[in-house]
Design a binder for this molecule. Structure first.
Ligand code: HEM
Length: 223
């Protein structure tokens, strides 16, 4: 995007949302690699999965109580609103965070990953029988079926992540609209008059993360 003199730097993404995103990327890559290698790496696959559960639960709570652009109400919009966006009637000043169409992918990724984590918790290890999900002994006769869904859904997530990355790159190289740098620095350059966005304190994010980490960890204590 060309930057002219009437543009102002605006903090669009808070630190918790950016840290969430890039930690999520690293963890997702690790989850795919560790699952592929298998063996004792599955032990770390389970641990990382638990950490991801804490992270995703954090993001869902942050979607209700976090900074303006992190809130679901700010970016999850009606089909009518999405059509208006596609017609070019919604500017970035009006919706400075996720655009109404991209928001659908954000939801698919967040809740798709949550679904994967839940099926993982109940999946048995049918190779070495050592590294089953923390709740795999609760899955009963459905265990094998849940494991199949877990393996299948990993492919769905890979496709979703692939489409997500392709779209972001398309924006950068075809539309000449860089969404990546704001996800790193938190800042966008918007036309005057710029929107006033409320950013919530990092302390609040930390408290939520401690609680969601506690919830995730308590799963390992279930006998
Ligand atoms: C496993 C891979 C990835 C996953 C699962 C993933 C997931 C997500 C999620 C859940 C969001 C929403 C963030 C939030 O609101 O909390 C998001 C946004 C975003 N991601 Fe990724 N991401 C992945 C890889 C990448 C990569 C490699 C890039 C950069 C090339 C990237 C660039 C972005 C950008 C720029 C946004 C903000 C889009 C916007 O402005 O609306 N992502 N991603």
């Amino acid at each position: 995007m060309e930057r002219d003199t009437k543009m102002q730097k605006v903090k669009v993404w808070d630190l918790p949302t950016r840290l969430f995103h890039w930690t999520l990327v690293v963890c997702m890559v690790f989850m795919f690699v560790s699952a592929k290698i298998g063996g004792s790496w599955l032990q770390w696959h389970l641990r990382c999965g638990l950490f991801l559960l804490a992270l995703i639960l954090f993001r869902i709570v942050w979607g209700f109580v976090g900074s303006d652009t992190a809130r679901f109400t700010q970016f999850v919009k009606s089909p009518k609103h999405i059509i208006r966006y596609l017609k070019g009637e919604i500017t970035e000043n009006e919706q400075p965070g996720h655009n109404p169409l991209g928001a659908l992918m954000v939801l698919a990724l967040i809740f798709g990953i949550l679904f994967q984590l839940i099926t993982g918790l109940f999946s048995p290890d049918e190779n070495s029988y050592i590294y089953g999900g923390y709740l795999s002994n609760k899955a009963g006769e459905n265990a094998s079926k849940i494991r199949s869904i877990h393996l299948l859904w990993a492919n769905v997530l890979m496709i979703l992540a692939g489409v997500h990355i392709a779209v972001v790159l398309l924006y950068k190289f075809v539309k000449k609209h860089n969404l990546i740098t704001p996800m790193i620095t938190g800042n966008k350059y918007l036309n005057d008059p710029v929107p006033q966005l409320k950013m919530v304190s990092i302390i609040k994010a930390l408290i939520i993360l401690i609680i969601t980490a506690g919830i995730a960890y308590s799963i390992t204590l279930i006998k």
